[in-house]
Structures are given as structure tokens and as C-alpha cells.
Ligand binder design. Structure first.
Ligand code: 13P
Length: 251
């Protein structure tokens, strides 16, 4: 089963309208110049500039948000519905990032409800999972990932409407990564758990991204692993040259 890799940039709370649109445009321009690119590219700017970025590049690369509310509309101050995300030309939304789970106390059930809203509106959910350092030290990495898959992924998820991003919390923004063997072992276990939940066919087609200190220097090794189908990149996605070097590992 061949899966088309996805390289996604999560800009987190970085970039303003001018430098953000310029960054996305630089990536879109390089990507457009590649004949038959072998991977998809996604950028997820802060919500306030998603519209401006989508206007500039959505015909060349995909644009997404970093969160989405589970409900359609109503009295939810500060939140953004999937309908609004779709309205400005974005086609993906990240949900369940560990920073949202920590900063906003989001639980698996919240993540699942958000992912469900994204699926129901015809967009693609990038559902993040991953263990903390304490959980890893306790030998619970795979158990934690299995529980998060069971709790955060909707029952009608398919290879088209959901992407899973495995991001060990201790690897985010630290410069530390698991070994390639560890990443492959966890990704294989995640795929097996998706097969348990959704069937082998869905599991075989679903893209599993690795995230956490992905850089140009480790991208080729990590992206070459059999069960790794791309990357969710934080810090290195803020520099066009670094992000492009990571994309190039999948092209
Ligand atoms: P870094 O690439 O900065 O470690 O961040 C990873 C991440 O959290 C992407 O969602």
C-alpha cells in the first residue's frame, strides 16, 4: 500500500501577516516548480492569518488551522468553527496537539468531537497523540498511544479524512528525538491499533506523521522509515530553507 506523504508546518503562535504570507508563498513557489511532487505540503498558520495565507497559496499547497471547535456556531467566545475554517479556504485542521491538551486541558473526548466536526464538514483532521517523558520512562509509550487512538479518533475516520501525528511530548522543541528504531516501533504499533479500531484497509492507507524536533539533519532518516508518512514540523517550518529541506526528504 503506497501512502502519499504529507509534510505539515505547525507555525504555533508565530508569524504576522506579512512574513507569514511571504513564508508560505516561498514554499508554494518552490513546490510548484517540482514536476510530479511525491508528497503533499500543508502550512498551519495562526488562525488570524489563515485567510491571508490561503488567499495567497491555497491553489498550490494546503492550508490548515491549529484547532477547531466541535460545534457549528454559538456562544463560544474566542473559538472558531470548522465552517469558518472552510469558508476562508483552509482544508485541514490540527487537533489534540499536546500544547492544547496541556494549555487548554483538552481530553481525548474533546479531540474526538473536534475531529468529528472536521470530518463532517469535509475537511481533514490531523489528530496529534504522543507520550510525556514520564510516561516514556515508565515504559508506557505504546499503551498511551493506543489509548489516545481509541479515545481521540472518530469511528468513521478514513485514510482520506484523518491523518495521525505521533509527537512525543518530550521531543517537541527540545532538539531531542527518539531513535529511528523507536519511531518505527511506535508507528507500527499505532497502525496496528488503527487496524483494530477501523480495519486493516483504513490502517494501511492512513498517513502517520512523526513530529518533534524534525530538522533538515534528521529528516531523511526519519522520513525513510516504513511506517512514517511525513512530518509535523514546528520550529523548522518557520524558516523557508529548513522547511523546504524537510519537504525535499519526501519529494
Ligand atoms: P518542533 O518541530 O519545534 O519540535 O515542534 C513539533 C510540533 O509540536 C509540531 O506540531
Amino acid at each position: 500500500m503506497s501512502r502519499r506523504p504529507l509534510v505539515a508546518g505547525n507555525w504555533k503562535m508565530n508569524m504576522l501577516k506579512e512574513n507569514g504570507t511571504a513564508l508560505a508563498a516561498a514554499i508554494a513557489e518552490k513546490y510548484s516548480a517540482v514536476k510530479n511532487p511525491a508528497c503533499d505540503v500543508l502550512v498551519c498558520p495562526p488562525a488570524l492569518i489563515v485567510s491571508a495565507v490561503a488567499d495567497k497559496v491555497a491553489n498550490k499547497i494546503a492550508v490548515g488551522t491549529q484547532d477547531a471547535h466541535a460545534l457549528k456556531s454559538g456562544a463560544h467566545t474566542g473559538d472558531i468553527s470548522v465552517e469558518m475554517i472552510k469558508d476562508v479556504g483552509a482544508t485541514y485542521a490540527i487537533v489534540g496537539h499536546s500544547e492544547r491538551r496541556t494549555d487548554h486541558f483538552e481530553k481525548d473526548a474533546d479531540v474526538k468531537a473536534k475531529a468529528q466536526a472536521i470530518i463532517d464538514n469535509g475537511l481533514t483532521a490531523v489528530i496529534c497523540i504522543g507520550e510525556t517523558e514520564a510516561q516514556r520512562d515508565a515504559g508506557k509509550t505504546i499503551e498511551v498511544c493506543r489509548t489516545q487512538i481509541q479515545g481521540s479518533v472518530p469511528e468513521n475516520a478514513t485514510a482520506e479524512n484523518v491523518v495521525i501525528a505521533y509527537e512525543p511530548v518530550w521531543a517537541i522543541g527540545t532538539g531531542r528525538t527518539p531513535t529511528a528504531d523507536d519511531v518505527e516501533q511506535v508507528h507500527a504499533a499505532i497502525r496496528a491499533e488503527i487496524a483494530n479500531k477501523l480495519g486493516q484497509k483504513v490502517a494501511d492507507g492512513m498517513r502517520l506523521l512523526y513530529g518533534g524536533s524534525v530538522k533538515p539533519s534528521n529528516a531523511v532518516e526519519l522520513m525513510g522509515l516504513p511506517d512514517v508518512d511525513g512530518a509535523l514540523v514546528g520550529g523548522a517550518s518557520l524558516k523557508a530553507d529548513d522547511f523546504w529541506a524537510i519537504i525535499s526528504a519526501c519529494l
